[in-house]
Design a protein around this ligand. Structure first.
Ligand code: OOG
Ligand code: MG
Length: 260
């Protein structure tokens, strides 16, 4: 018998974030933690952040690439929330003492020029709602030990969200072939991985459509002015002190991020 509730799960996850400690999976102890309940925890968690002064600035996809799905052992994409407190300016160092066990992954970021709401969103209609496309980094930081979780755990944990960077100034989608847009991931000047936009759902616009349709099924629209992260194109890299991770995109520019 477990006595978990949505509120208790939110307290637990926010407590771990504040204390910088990872813990056990919720699903080990909470039999009733199914996917709808997990999204209720996620929504309640972001509501708590908003009550404490943070502002929702967009949404992210997770587990959209084979590289990420294989590493995490989960093959269902998911969505989660981005707030202004997670946003790092381009080139800003990542203070590691604020985080538990951060990992960095290169992503494609969309800035929305129009509201987008599923169902029925296609890659074409999704891309038509985009103002500009940007190079992105996400710094993920699971509140579960060793990033070991089942799907409802990671959904409840706002998909390990911690920090993100969006490169400027971006390009209009019509100027890009996003499936072919290449990205080299570097660590201290050495290329350690690479992918193209096709890594996320075959095309980053398919990932965006997936976000619009899954959020739409929960009655949520992607608003004009919001950012959307595509999901990591490659596996994520653990970030160590003084380590510089770079993401060199063919047309979207290069992002660099250093742990301090
Ligand atoms: C879950 C978050 C996944 C992505 O881009 O695939 C994610 C995790 O890997 O901890 O953000
Ligand atoms: Mg990510």
């Amino acid at each position: 018998m477990s006595d978990w509730t949505i509120d208790r799960a939110v307290d637990e996850l926010l407590g771990r974030e504040a204390d910088r400690r990872a813990g056990d999976r919720l699903s080990d102890d909470w039999e009733g933690l199914d996917l709808p309940t997990a999204y209720r925890v996620q929504d309640a968690l972001v509501r708590r952040k908003v009550e404490s002064g943070e502002r929702v600035v967009g949404v992210k996809l997770g587990l959209t690439s084979r590289a990420k799905q294989q590493r995490m052992g989960i093959d269902s994409p998911l969505t989660a929330w981005l707030t202004d407190a997670m946003m790092l300016p381009e080139g800003a160092p990542v203070p590691l003492h604020e985080l538990i066990h951060p990992r960095v992954e290169p992503e494609i970021a969309f800035l929305m020029g129009e509201r987008l709401c599923g169902p029925g969103v296609t890659a074409t209609s999704a891309l038509a709602a985009v103002r500009s496309v940007h190079a992105g980094f996400e710094v993920i930081d699971s509140r579960f030990a060793d990033f070991a979780f089942a799907l409802p755990d990671v959904v409840a944990d706002n998909a390990s969200s911690a920090r993100f960077v969006v490169g400027g100034p971006g390009l209009p989608p019509r100027d890009l072939d996003l499936a072919r847009e290449a990205c080299d991931l570097g660590s201290d000047g050495r290329v350690i991985d690479s992918a193209t936009g096709a890594a996320v759902q075959g095309h980053p616009a398919e990932a965006l459509a997936l976000a619009a349709n899954s959020l739409g099924a929960r009655g949520i629209a992607i608003e004009e002015g919001w950012l959307v992260l595509s999901g990591g194109l490659t596996d994520a890299v653990p970030l160590a002190p003084e380590q510089e991770i770079s993401a060199e995109f063919a047309h979207l520019g290069t992002l660099r991020l250093t742990g301090v």
